[in-house]
Design a protein around this ligand. Sequence first.
Ligand SMILES: CC(C)(COP(=O)(O)OP(=O)(O)OC[C@H]1O[C@@H](n2cnc3c(N)ncnc32)[C@H](O)[C@@H]1OP(=O)(O)O)[C@@H](O)C(=O)NCCC(=O)NCCS
Length: 249
Amino acid sequence: MTPSPSWDSPPKTLRLPSNAVHVWRASLVVPVSYLRTLEGTLTADECARAERFYFQEHRERFIAGRGLLRNILSRYLDSEPGQLRFRYNSYGKPALTAETGAEGFCFNLSHSYDTALYAVTHGREIGVDIERFRPDVEVEKLAERFFSPREAAVLRALPEDLRKEGFFNCWTRKEAYIKAEGEGMSIPLSAFDVSLTPGEPAALLRSQNSPQETSRWSLQALDPKPGYAAALAVKGHDWELTCWQWSPM
Ligand SMILES: CC(C)(COP(=O)(O)OP(=O)(O)OC[C@H]1O[C@@H](n2cnc3c(N)ncnc32)[C@H](O)[C@@H]1OP(=O)(O)O)[C@@H](O)C(=O)NCCC(=O)NCCS
């Protein structure tokens, strides 16, 4: 299996060549003073969204998640974090507006509990997903409900001590692919199969849509930190992955 690269400190000046994919890992728990700085970069609609969270913890994580997204994107673009403007497709996938002057710049993000991943690239669809291993998940039950029959069968056949890892491999790969496609849950989860066996490469194995779909996409397992699983889905194959650990500049 292709190992996930280590999470390095980024250089001051970042380059994103056309075949590059960068994934950033960030903690959503930031000091209050920095949270206020991040909040100051959000637009009115993002602040209104933050206000709708009932729990302060969730509100703060949303603010941190959006603020860090803006911070990361602005490192590549000739814009201040607060100047970036997003548009959303009809399934909610965010992208930069044309006025941002970042044609072809693609990104996606995912957050789970206190950790976020941000994936950026040029001119190719991309999706990322991170999930914390929750101790209470009923792996077999959820697999029967959400996975394809083939995935559920592969999971059932795994030794019991590998089942939770296999489950989260499958979950994050399916989500990453769905997020890269950007059409949300309109793609039935049983309409495609991904690999899930621990130690085997991440891959899209079958798609009901078209047999060519499997060769159009590459999936990559990421290793965000202990207790979490993550995956990346990228259109095409000729790309190179670098992983960065976010820290304030
Ligand atoms: C919304 C969805 C895109 C991901 O939801 P999620 O896994 O709960 O959340 P994540 O943290 O991974 O991703 C959320 C981010 O993805 C982005 N996003 C939203 N809609 C998106 C879409 N249609 N496509 C791609 N990205 C999307 C947003 O930036 C969002 O962050 P924000 O709300 O802070 O702006 C969607 O796939 C979903 O509802 N999934 C349901 C989960 C499920 O049943 N999964 C079964 C998998 S086997």
